[in-house]
Design a protein around this ligand. Structure first.
Ligand code: BF8
Ligand code: SF4
Length: 639
């Protein structure tokens, strides 16, 4: 591994810290994601258009968009193959989030029964979730209510009726229930929906591209409510509702003289415990000759522990190998999702230990420390001590930590945003925001979410697009690896607001920031968390729509995944479209092989839900497309 190296390539990243580490990788003959991308070129044109089918063993079949064959062996045509593939992609995304959420629910159940060492920190969330689920709380302790909430969540997974999921019903407005009910896309038991969709897409079942597309919308709702919403609600109950917190972002957060532990993946059940024990075992690291323990986060684990613990962000998806290439990381702890199988190979070139923690997320060269809610304290200590032991093996001659790091503010939950606005108008917290939207001081809002993708220069589309949005007085909220991207360039700080926001938006952010006691503007981009935390954006949209007495589809808002990579980004985007939101993607998804699927996703679906996809690879045109949409929505509202 350490000697398979394909040479340097330009146009990989706009992040100077990442560029410095790519150069180091080249010097040290270490292969990275960019090298492997070059080796894959040219990528298959059939796959790129969504026209390859492997759904039965008569295949693989490929249909030719420009000639023959027009059908696979069973007679499936381009539209059918693309629609089936798309639904399977969305099933993949939804399954990832739903499984993540199920593990969080199990943790809540055990914690609330006193069987797992997680004190429930989100007492306000216990009350608000119980209220929305209709769980009576009078005379009950928080623990008892939390047990009932866990049981309500598990009831959705155990349901064998045809009733829609309770968590969805408890969360969304009657107009959405009506829209989705009419379309027949209200999901039942999420596990059953995932099973049914796999069945529906198997050889010889559904031959209707339109029916498959409706199931795709339904699968977006499975993700939205059994993944994102339930996950966020439950994680807030266990770990606390995030509050604004200041930290730093980029590879410069790694330490020269401390034991560096990087948490990577998605599950706060794991990352929170690592952070807790790293802090408790700091003295052991000092005894071992280090200056203490430094924790940093990659991907969504990074977002989770930034929001609740102020832990700095080391980097987003494309930077995960680069963190190890600094030569300064003692331990990388992963759980599920988005860690590349390559990390153990890169780690083997250094003293870095990689620890896997879940039965489904194994890497053959890593150490497996099986975490469960009950044993989390013991296992976290084991992992942290492994990092301390590895420190002695660090080779200072190979350490090179980029200096770049930026100030970042994280932790903008809906509750904390409303809390800040309440400092302006305690009786009616949403009023200052809505008044400023009506007055045009805030033109609208865009949720910028999702990943890095090796096909796109790291962070470039995100940064360029967000600059245009902010300059046009559009408030931006961010999650996932996009939030990391924006953090690296200072967008998630008060100084970033001054640098990038239009005058009117800056004035609003300053008024709210000062009222909230921050002594300056709120950041122009509010960090709302991990990808699962996209539910917070849904909650905010629901609250704004409710306040104005309109539907979400009528709001001057949009969503964007400028550098999407994972199946989860596709399922989240589909949820957003189902909510009625214009959703930009900065990379052409593999659907162009089907004229029907392409037309439905980018046009016709708007007549069903009010949302649709906007596919645009140029960041400035993407911003323009969303600005035009926002202006049209304002006009329709008469503002
Ligand atoms: O769930 S943004 S690369 S880390 S998929 Fe993965 Fe994409 Fe990052 Fe978080 Ni979200
Ligand atoms: Fe080919 Fe049809 Fe089988 Fe797909 S399901 S591999 S198109 S025969």
């Amino acid at each position: 591994m350490c000697d398979i190296h394909q040479g340097a390539h330009s146009h990989q990243t706009i992040d100077p810290a990442a560029a410095e580490m790519i150069e180091k990788a080249n010097r040290e003959n270490i292969e990275t994601v960019w090298d492997r991308y070059e080796q894959q070129k040219p990528q298959c044109g059939f796959g790129d258009l969504g026209l390859c089918c492997r759904n039965c063993l008569q295949g693989p079949c490929r249909v030719n968009p420009f000639g023959e064959p027009k059908e696979g062996i069973c007679g499936a045509d381009a539209d059918l193959i693309v629609a089936r593939n798309l639904l399977r992609t969305i099933v993949g995304g939804a399954a990832s989030h739903v499984d993540h959420t199920f593990m969080a629910v199990q943790c809540l159940k055990e914690a609330s029964e006193g069987k797992a060492p997680y004190p429930l920190k989100g007492t306000a969330k216990i009350k608000s979730v119980a209220a929305k689920l209709g769980i009576p709380t009078q005379g009950k302790t928080d623990t008892v209510i939390a047990q009932e909430i866990a049981r309500a969540a598990l009831a959705d997974f155990g349901s064998s009726t045809d009733d829609p999921m309770n968590w969805l019903k408890a969360t969304v407005s009657p107009n959405l229930m009506e829209t989705w009910g009419k379309l027949g896309i209200l999901p039942k038991n999420p596990d059953r929906e995932i099973r049914t969709a796999m069945h529906q897409t198997s050889m010889g079942v559904d031959g209707s591209p339109i029916n498959l597309l409706l199931s795709s919308l339904k699968m977006g709702l499975v993700d939205g409510y059994a993944g994102l919403q339930m996950g966020t609600d439950v994680q807030d109950i266990i770990f606390g509702i995030p509050e604004p917190v200041k930290s730093e972002a980029n590879l410069g957060v790694l330490s020269h003289d401390k034991v560096n532990i990087v948490v990577h993946g998605h599950m706060p059940e794991v990352s929170e415990k690592i952070v807790e024990w790293a802090r408790k075992l700091d003295g052991e690291a000092i005894k071992a000759g280090a200056a203490g323990i430094n924790i940093a986060g990659i991907c969504c684990s990074g977002n989770e522990v930034l929001m609740r613990q102020g832990v700095p962000l080391a980097g987003n998806y494309l930077s995960q190998e680069l963190a190890i290439i600094t030569g300064a990381v003692e331990l990388m702890v992963v759980d599920v999702q988005c860690f590349m199988p390559s990390i153990t190979k890169v780690a083997a070139c250094y003293h870095t230990k990689v620890v896997t923690t879940t039965p489904i997320g194994q890497l053959p060269e890593a150490e497996y420390i099986p975490f469960t809610p009950e044993n989390a304290d013991i296992k976290a200590q084991e992992a942290v001590r492994m990092a301390i032991a590895a420190y002695a093996k660090r080779d200072p001659s190979r350490v090179q930590i980029p200096t770049q790091k930026s100030e970042v503010w994280g932790g903008f939950s809906v509750e904390s945003i409303v809390g800040a606005l309440a400092k302006v108008d305690a009786a009616n917290p949403l009023k200052p925001l809505v008044d400023n939207i009506i007055a045009g001081n805030v033109l609208g809002a865009v949720g910028v979410v999702g990943c890095n993708n090796v096909k796109i220069v790291q962070d470039q589309q995100t940064v360029e697009m967000v600059k245009d949005l902010l300059a046009n007085n559009v408030l931006v909220v961010a999650t996932g690896c996009t939030a990391h991207a924006l953090a690296k360039y200072g967008f998630l700080s008060p100084a970033g607001a001054k640098k990038y926001c239009g005058e009117k938006l800056l004035a609003v952010l300053t008024a709210v920031g000062e009222a909230a006691g921050l002594g300056g503007p709120l950041p122009g981009v509010l960090h709302m968390g991990s990808c699962v935390d996209n539910a917070r954006i849904g909650d905010l949209l629901g609250a704004l729509a409710g306040y104005l007495g309109v539907a979400i589809k009528d709001l001057p808002v949009a969503a964007s995944a400028p550098e999407l990579q994972h199946e989860k980004a596709v399922s989240i985007g589909t949820w957003a479209v189902a909510l009625g939101v214009l959703t930009h993607v900065g990379l052409v998804p593999p659907v162009l092989g089907s004229p029907i699927v392409t037309k439905v996703l980018t046009a016709d679906v708007e007549g069903l839900t009010g949302g649709k996809f906007l596919v645009e690879t140029d960041p400035h045109l993407a911003a323009e497309g969303m600005l035009n949409h926002i202006r049209a929505k304002r006009k329709a509202l008469g503002i």
